[in-house]
Write a protein that binds this ligand. Structure first.
Ligand SMILES: *[C@@H]1O[C@H](CO)[C@@H](O)[C@H](O)[C@H]1NC(C)=O
Ligand SMILES: *[C@@H]1O[C@H](CO)[C@@H](O)[C@H](O)[C@H]1NC(C)=O
Length: 225
């Protein structure tokens, strides 16, 4: 069963900005509430049985944060892989999910996979509607901050969640600073990750391609669209 988070909780830790009816900007910056809002204990991530993502602090890492208001990030287990599922949020077909991540790869296998799961409102059953892999390809791949984006591919559902599966070499650096979900038609300036947008570092833009068909069938992705 999927866990539910009450809305009071969501308001404590997330910014949900209603735009017009049915359009909600969702933002999460890993500053608070990580253990309550993310879980590696259900669904696809649970089946992988990997060590958990960990929260880290920029001040102990020696990499400057992508924004002056950002202090923490999540990172997969060094030298291994980690998988986690987010809190539930509305999924609108054509919304853009944008993940701010840092990658300093050692080889081409140091990668992130983002999986979009949507919940059928009638049955309550989740299905995977899309998978996107951010791989350091072509090699050599420049290290640094990326804003990686990909669309919600399925139909509109009141609830869905994002799974993040990533990992790689012991000496690679992979981390996720934040993500946001920009509804279709909303200007991204109405959905800023950090309130003041103070001194953001430049990040390279990267459109994450859909994963290869082999991975799609492994993940049992079916398109309800
Ligand atoms: C990764 O973690 C799993 C689960 O804890 C463990 O069984 C596996 O040996 C680890 N792999 C490496 C390469 O450390
Ligand atoms: C990782 O880095 C350490 C220190 O820089 C080095 O000694 C080690 O050989 C590296 N390991 C791998 C697997 O590249």
């Amino acid at each position: 069963m999927l866990y539910k988070i009450n809305s009071v909780f969501i308001f404590l830790f997330l910014y949900l900005v209603p735009f017009t009816t049915g359009e909600t900007c969702v933002r999460y910056t890993f500053e608070q509430g990580f253990d309550e809002l993310f879980s590696d204990k259900f669904g696809f991530c649970a089946s992988l049985n990997l060590p958990p993502w960990e929260l880290g602090q920029y001040r102990t890492l020696g990499i400057p944060a992508p924004n002056a208001q950002s202090t923490s990030f999540m990172a997969p287990q060094p030298g291994n892989e980690s998988c986690t599922s987010s809190f539930l949020f509305p999924m609108q077909r054509g919304a853009t999910i944008e993940v701010t991540l840092y990658l300093d790869p050692v080889n081409i296998l140091d990668e992130f996979t983002f999986i979009v799961a949507q919940i059928d409102p009638r049955s309550g059953i989740a299905w995977l509607s899309g998978a996107y892999s951010f791989s350091p390809f072509p090699w050599p791949f420049p290290s640094g901050w990326y804003t990686s984006s990909f669309p919600v591919p399925g139909i509109n559902t009141p609830e869905g969640f994002l799974m993040v599966w990533a990992g790689g070499s012991l000496n690679a650096t992979l981390l996720i600073d934040s993500f946001r979900v920009i509804p279709p038609g909303m200007d991204e300036s109405f959905c800023r990750l950090y309130e003041g947008n103070m001194s953001p570092l430049p990040a390279l833009k990267y459109k994450v391609p859909e994963t290869i068909p082999k991975l799609k069938s492994f993940l049992k992705i079916n398109d309800k669209s």
